[in-house]
Design a protein around this ligand. Structure first.
Ligand code: HEC
Length: 179
């Protein structure tokens, strides 16, 4: 009898399906990344990071999968000379220098999705730093100023000019209105 009471108390404590556990507030905070960062920079959080700081974040959190300096790793290449991406380009070769039209998307994506196995572990400062490092490695910024909510949206991405026009509409991104 005592055992049955104890068991039903356990079942109640674990909820209807008896699997999983409640998320802590900290876990909810890590996953609840809103709002998205837009191309204009709207939604970028406070904080900042330099290329040097980013080199450390990169070595510790990214190099194992993306290679020592952004290429040559087991997964996607992040650094490349700006060569035009075509239909034949292997998606693993879509790098920041030739494929990403907005620097702010890079922030949003890395904050949300990387490191691949443990997304959400980077602080906003660390995300700014690793974005600065990757932009520097791609030859897009000179590293003289830290990346933050003011400087990052100002970065001009070479991929914006490289992306081909939509053949039917002759517009770059017919489905959205560019800022
Ligand atoms: C465990 C391996 C792993 C680690 C560690 C990792 N990544 Fe990734 N990364 C991936 C994989 C796999 C993809 C492709 C994901 C997809 O296509 O959905 C990817 C994709 C990316 C992309 C998009 C590439 C593109 O242009 O298509 C960026 C940018 C990126 N990672 C940055 C980072 C950064 C910055 C870090 C460190 C903070 C990091 N990654 C750590 C595995 C990893």
């Amino acid at each position: 009898m005592g055992l049955a009471v104890a068991l039903s108390a356990l079942v109640l404590a674990q909820g209807r399906y008896q699997i999983g556990q409640p998320l802590s507030e900290e876990e909810v905070r890590r996953w609840n990344v809103r709002p998205s960062v837009l191309a204009t920079g709207a939604g970028l959080p406070p904080g900042e990071g330099t290329v040097d700081q980013g080199a450390q974040v990169y070595a510790a959190q990214c190099a194992a999968c993306h290679g020592g300096s952004g290429e040559g790793g087991a997964f996607n290449r992040l650094v490349a000379e700006p060569f035009p991406v075509t239909k034949e380009t292997n998606p693993r070769d879509f790098a920041i220098g030739n494929y990403w039209p907005y620097p702010t998307t890079l922030f949003d994506y890395i904050r949300r999705a990387m490191p691949f196995a443990t997304p959400g572990i980077l602080s906003d400062d660390e995300v700014y730093a690793v974005v600065a490092y990757l932009l520097y490695q791609n030859g897009i910024i000179d590293g003289s100023q830290p990346m933050n909510a003011a400087t990052l949206p100002e970065v001009e991405m070479p991929a914006r000019a490289l992306l081909q026009l939509d053949p039917t509409t002759q517009k770059k991104f017919p489905w959205i209105t560019l800022p």
